[in-house]
Design a protein around this ligand. Structure first.
Ligand SMILES: [Zn+2]
Length: 184
């Protein structure tokens, strides 16, 4: 099991399955292996809000001009669609410009330009290119969050439902109003 931290803004796309990959710095820590469980953490120290299985790993070399190289890719069957997308996105391929836009969107960016510029500013650039570890997952499932907000930490259980602070407050208010009704 390897845990990855994600900012709150990305949680809905991860839980919906729209974001199924991340790019991380090489060499900082051990990355997930094919078939290994990934835990999704709310920031570096927050609770685990989802789990999934790692289905593709590769090293990507890229810049705003394009995806230069896909190094030593490994994948299992649910990762084959992303593997084909990587191949089609390599800059020497016909129509690569369109495919790399799709790749950027799968990471949660609006465009390849946004994707590549963000990664240039947040990490190592070597010979004018970003070198990043790509981690792709499949079968994401939310873990033990609020019954209404699966990505939020559970504060309490009321009437059998796990609730975040906001939902617990709403429940208490509703109960208070109900009891005032009974008192009248
Ligand atoms: Zn809630």
């Amino acid at each position: 099991m390897v845990a990855y931290a994600f900012k709150t803004e990305f949680h809905p796309a991860i839980l919906a399955g729209d974001k199924d990959l991340t790019l991380r710095q090489a060499g900082k820590k051990r990355h997930a292996r094919i078939g290994e469980e990934i835990q999704f953490r709310d920031g570096r120290t927050g609770p685990v809000f989802a789990r999934a299985t790692c289905v593709l790993r590769a090293t990507l070399v890229f810049s705003p001009r394009g995806l230069q190289r896909v190094l030593h890719p490994t994948f299992m069957v649910p990762g084959d669609a992303v593997f084909r997308l990587l191949q089609a996105s390599e800059q020497h391929m016909h129509g690569a410009g369109e495919y790399r836009e799709r790749l950027a969107r799968r990471d949660g960016f609006d465009s390849w330009a946004d994707f590549a510029t963000w990664h240039e500013r947040h990490g190592v650039v070597k010979d004018g290119a970003c070198w990043r570890e790509l981690i792709v997952w499949s079968g994401v499932s939310a873990t033990g969050g609020c019954v209404n907000h699966p990505d939020r930490r559970v504060r309490t259980n009321l009437d059998g439902d796990d609730l975040c602070q906001e939902c617990a407050d709403a429940w208490a208010r509703a109960e208070g109003e109900a009891s005032m009704d009974r008192d009248q």
